[in-house]
Design a protein around this ligand. Structure first.
Ligand code: APR
Length: 311
């Protein structure tokens, strides 16, 4: 393949993302992890599936960042996942250290790469990667909104018994309990769901979406969601690798857009070969804007916590 993607963290999200990238023949894939043998073993296992799955993507695994050299896109999933009863924010201290270490090494090997951050707490981890890499804001992007809106879409499809392909949904804000699903901009075949469903049903879906991660953690008990998170990261990578210019909700570093400054938060962006090509500003009602600002305040608190941990 003429594109190269490194996935850091060969755990559940990372290995699933590697599988999807390879099976879609988007790129060659390098899996990097600190555990000896795991990235090598998973890359070999996936390579041995290739003749059956009919793809020619090369997969390699390594504990050494040298193998990641010259990547076009780097998906960072390294970290510890959320355990039952643990909020994403509890993870911040451990995962910030891991993110700093990973980003330093990645930035040295692939100075032109676009970084897709997956590790939680997402908005804070984006900040760590941005500060550590020194990359321009267009090339540090957080995976959250694509996952959250896919969850919302899945629930809309279940509720109305229609194809998921007919659904579209928008979720803005931080990737946490304060995320802002936007029913007005969420549609089935172009029709806003506010015209198709009563308010109480929409409210229930909005709440289920905001608790989507916790619902899976509660069921799995020993880890967090990974199929949908991997799919979401790969959709973003695909738009970048193929320069598709898809509009997707992603965590982006805002400097004044939506009245928010110097903060990573989920907004609609256009993703192309150079990363974020545009932050799309949509009109929000007073209520929607208030919810977004509340979410921004929650992310700001995490940013302050990060600063405290540093000092
Ligand atoms: N460098 C490289 N890899 C690391 C490092 C590090 N410093 N620290 C941990 N890892 C690896 C682990 O060895 C493990 O293989 O990251 C991987 C994480 O995989 P899982 O534990 O299976 O976690 P996963 O479910 O994939 O979630 C990863 O994504 O959705 C988020 O909240 C989730 O932050 C978590 C991340």
């Amino acid at each position: 393949m003429d594109k190269k993607v490194t996935v850091v963290g060969a755990g559940n999200v990372g290995a699933t993302a590697a599988q999807r990238l390879a099976e879609k023949e988007l790129c060659d894939v390098v899996l990097v992890d600190i555990i000896e043998g795991v990235p090598q073993g998973k890359a070999l296992d996936l390579s041995e599936a290739a003749p059956i799955e009919k793809h020619d993507a090369h997969l390699t695994g390594s504990n050494d960042y040298e193998a990641s050299k010259g990547s076009d896109v780097v998906i960072i999933t390294a970290g510890i996942p959320r355990k039952p009863g643990m909020s994403r924010d509890d993870l911040i201290s451990t995962n910030a250290g891991i993110m700093k270490n990973v980003t330093e090494q990645i930035a040295g090997m692939s100075p032109d790469a676009v970084l897709i951050i997956v590790s939680n707490p997402l908005d804070a981890m984006c900040q760590v990667a941005f500060d550590t890499s020194g990359f321009p804001k267009q090339r540090v992007i957080g995976m959250a909104g694509v996952l959250d809106s896919a969850r919302f879409r899945a629930f809309i499809s279940m509720e109305l018994n229609v194809s998921v392909e007919n659904t579209h949904a928008f979720v803005l804000g931080g990737h946490g309990d304060t995320m802002v699903p936007l029913p007005r901009y969420s549609t089935v075949a172009g029709i806003p769901i506010t015209e198709l469903l009563p308010k109480d049903r929409i409210d229930a879906m909005v709440e289920r979406t905001a608790n989507g991660g916790a619902e899976i953690v509660g069921l799995l008990k020993t880890g967090s969601a990974y199929y949908a998170p991997a799919s979401a990261a790969v959709e973003m990578a695909e738009s970048i690798l193929k320069d598709k210019k898809k509009i997707l909700p992603c965590a982006a570093y805002l400097e004044g857009e939506y009245g928010i400054n110097d903060l990573f938060i989920g907004v609609p962006v256009k993703l192309g070969a150079t990363g974020i090509e545009e932050v799309i500003q949509i009109d929000l009602t007073e209520e929607e804007n208030a919810a977004l600002q509340k979410s921004a305040a929650a992310v700001q608190e995490l940013k302050e916590l990060l600063k405290k941990l540093k000092s």
